[in-house]
Design a protein around this ligand. Structure first.
Ligand code: ADP
Ligand code: TRP
Length: 321
């Protein structure tokens, strides 16, 4: 089975990325699946206008993958822009993509509502994403729930292509985890790099602490019972802790034995504990960026070989050969 997914280098990696995406990649790797995991640098160009910043972010996302151990035998790590065939397929797919389909894309509308410039690249985002996927012909796409619609668009475009050109593009299945489909940010909305509400896994400890302390709670004073079902601190703690720890914290909330400040401290401890190993590896990779670069180059060559093979068939189907 082939699995594929990407993360945009548009900011630092956060808890939402981990629980929505990276944890699933690791599970697939453990199960022995073939994994295509990439840094979606071309996608990040839709919003980033600073070359140094983009380079820095690309390194960070790639180093994240390596620090978490996504380096198994059957795992191919690469940079999207190292596979130019994706851009060729992007064009071919954009010629079968109905405007109306893209106009309905919620993620585009959300981003524009949040003040991000509505450039053509941003509008075309789901088509490029479809090209990332269809160029490699994977079976499964592990992502967070926010990507559900993009994957429906991918399937629509693949079907359309197959119908028009008598093609045989494989329709990929989304793989969306139930419990961590949408990880809340510090403001209670979906945690996202674009919304400034993230808790960054590799931030310095003092920055991480500030981010955790920023989580919005209600104003129930310490000593009174708290409603854990509506608390963002609790929701995040639950993702990191085991059942017993979660149960204990719920008891404390119910009995009024804990205030939000102390709950946040417990959450911070859990984050540091859970990601201790990855944080250490990430720091080491910062000192040895060449190590990451080598992995990306090797992966890029493999990914390109696969895309070349698939594009040859696609070109023939549309009459470019
Ligand atoms: P961001 O929204 O921060 O820019 P990306 O769009 O690069 O993150 O997402 C990379 C992966 O992480 C995708 O699979 C996405 O679904 C997942 N993801 C991002 N934010 C969350 C979240 N808050 N909850 C669950 N999954 C998420
Ligand atoms: N759009 C995805 C996101 O913002 C990132 C992405 C780009 C992706 N290409 C992809 C995810 C292909 C899965 C498959 O999260």
């Amino acid at each position: 089975m082939r699995t594929l997914s990407g993360i945009q280098p548009s900011g630092s990696i956060h808890l939402g990325n981990y629980f929505g995406a990276i944890e699933q990649f690791l599970n697939f790797q453990k199960k022995g699946a073939e994994l295509f995991i990439f840094v979606a640098d071309l996608h990040a160009l839709t919003t980033i206008r600073n070359a140094e910043k983009l380079r820095q972010n690309i390194f960070e996302v790639a180093a994240t993958f390596v620090a978490f151990g996504l380096t198994g035998e059957k795992t191919i790590l690469y940079r999207q822009s190292d596979v130019p065939e994706i851009l060729e397929l992007n064009w071919i797919l954009s010629c079968v993509a109905p405007m109306g389909l893209l106009e309905r894309a919620v993620s585009f509308k959300d981003k524009v509502t949040k003040g991000i410039e509505a450039n053509v690249g941003l509008f075309n985002y789901p088509v490029l994403q479809s090209a990332d996927i269809l160029a490699m012909q994977p079976d499964k796409i592990p992502v967070g729930k926010d990507q559900k619609q993009h994957l429906e668009i991918t399937r629509d475009l693949a079907e359309k292509f197959n119908l028009i050109f008598d093609g045989n593009l494989k329709l990929p299945e989304p793989e969306i985890p139930k419990t961590t489909a949408i990880v809340p940010g510090t403001d209670g909305e979906k945690m996202s790099k674009s919304y400034g509400n993230t808790i960054e896994i590799f931030a310095e400890e003092n920055v991480l602490k500030k981010q955790v302390m920023r989580i919005v709670t209600d104003s129930t004073p310490k000593g009174e019972p708290l409603d854990y079902s509506k608390c963002n601190v609790f929701a995040l703690f639950k993702l990191l802790a085991n059942e017993k720890e979660t149960h204990n914290l719920a008891e404390k909330y119910r009995n009024g034995d804990i205030g939000y400040g102390d709950a946040k401290k417990l959450l911070l401890e859990k984050i540091l504990e859970k990601f201790d190993d990855a944080r250490r590896k990430f720091a080491e990779l910062r000192r040895n960026p060449d190590k990451v670069e080598k992995i990306l180059e090797k992966g890029g060559a493999k990914a390109r070989e696969e895309a070349r093979k698939n594009l040859e068939v696609i070109r023939e189907k549309v009459g470019l050969k």
